[in-house]
Ligand binder design. Structure first.
Ligand SMILES: Cc1cc2nc3c(=O)[nH]c(=O)nc-3n(C[C@H](O)[C@H](O)[C@H](O)COP(=O)(O)OP(=O)(O)OC[C@H]3O[C@@H](n4cnc5c(N)ncnc54)[C@H](O)[C@@H]3O)c2cc1C
Length: 315
């Protein structure tokens, strides 16, 4: 197998990975970055990004990511197609296999592989992606001011998203599969007492409909029971809040993760329990999952990588 030695390897090309590459490039670490299956990361799947600082008129997700990529390239980041398929973090230098047929030996590793939102698996979720379907209330809620939206999920995140959206929308349906909420007591109470939120217990969504975007959802109440009921409800927005899957599988044997798979780092820092291995962005962030927070932690990871290499006399 071909082996290449580098000082700083970045895995992932979302805001965290590219920002790490900008800082590592400017610190002369000659970073190598592998983009993975989704060059540019999650924001390439959205149209308008209105909350990334520096763009008063907003910017399209793909354009923002192209700009970040170009900025990283300008400072010498070696940006490559390729997927990290295995890791050996048992000792430095750390070994990462790319596409199953090449090994990178690196003194520092920045994991910026993101997290993937879970969907119900309906064809209509793909059909209306960016046209009424969203997995991020903080990102897209603003587009639904004074409109009617649905949130799917029964945990704390779903309740939080419903409450957040209720501050903007005229009405929020919280669609819950079970006859109860899994959320903490306090969140349950806040949802139940909110005049704009209606909880639809024992409901499944079977489809979405609309001409040029989501206009409604098809529901089944008490699916498979003798009193099963099928009906439709008009909604303008459809928000998934059934969890995310952090892309951390290949690193899990070596790093601490929480029960969902988010990589655990030192509070307020991107440092993992392995010196020289850092995790930035959504893969280590169950709380915020925003482009700007991902970029911020990518910056921190590159600064930590530079300090580590400097302390070890490797630069
Ligand atoms: C539809 C949508 C709209 C959004 N809108 C907004 C918004 O308006 N504002 C906002 O702030 N946030 C928004 N977000 C959230 C934002 O996109 C994320 O918080 C942010 O992209 C996280 O950045 P990241 O760098 O951690 O990872 P990601 O953007 O998830 O990128 C992960 C990267 O890792 C790569 N990767 C994964 N596994 C591997 C591997 N094994 N080998 C190599 N590479 C790998 C992928 O190819 C990808 O490039 C939105 C998200 C979605 C899905």
């Amino acid at each position: 197998m071909e082996i290449e030695k580098v000082k700083c390897l970045i895995v992932g090309s979302g805001p965290a990975g590219y920002t790490a590459a900008i800082y590592a490039g400017r610190a002369n670490l000659s970073p190598v970055l592998y983009e993975g299956l989704q060059p540019g990361g999650q924001l390439t799947t959205t149209t308008d990004v209105e909350n990334f600082p520096g763009y008063p008129e907003g910017i399209s997700g793909p354009q923002l990511m192209e700009d970040l990529r170009a900025q990283a390239g300008r400072f010498g980041a070696d940006i490559r197609f390729g997927i990290a398929t295995a890791s050996d973090l048992s000792k430095a230098p750390y070994k990462i296999t790319i596409d199953g047929d090449k090994e990178i030996e690196t003194e520092t590793l920045i994991i910026a592989t993101g997290a993937t939102a879970k969907y119900l698996g309906l064809d209509d979720e793909k059909k209306y992606a960016g046209m009424g379907v969203s997995a991020c209330a903080t990102c897209d809620g603003f587009f639904y001011r004074k409109k009617v939206v649905a949130v799917v999920g029964g945990g704390d995140t779903a309740c939080e998203e419903a409450i957040y959206l209720a501050g903007l929308a005229s009405k929020v349906y919280l669609v819950v599969r079970k006859p109860y909420l899994r959320a903490s007591k306090i969140m349950q109470e806040r949802v139940r007492n909110h005049e704009k939120i209606e909880v639809l217990f024992e409901h499944n969504v079977t489809g979405l409909f609309g001409e040029n975007g989501v206009e409604g959802m098809s529901l089944v109440k008490r699916w498979g029971e003798p009193d099963e009921e099928r009906y439709t409800l008009p909604v303008d927005g459809f928000f998934l809040a059934i969890g995310h899957k952090p892309n951390s599988d290949i690193f899990k044997p070596y790093l601490d993760t929480d029960e969902v798979g988010y990589i655990i780092t030192t509070p307020d820092k991107p440092c993992t329990k392995i010196p020289g291995v850092f995790a930035a962005g959504d893969v280590a962030d169950p709380h915020y999952r925003q482009a700007i927070t991902a970029a911020g932690s990518g910056c921190k990871a590159a600064i930590e990588a530079e300090r580590y290499l400097s302390e070890k006399g490797l630069i």
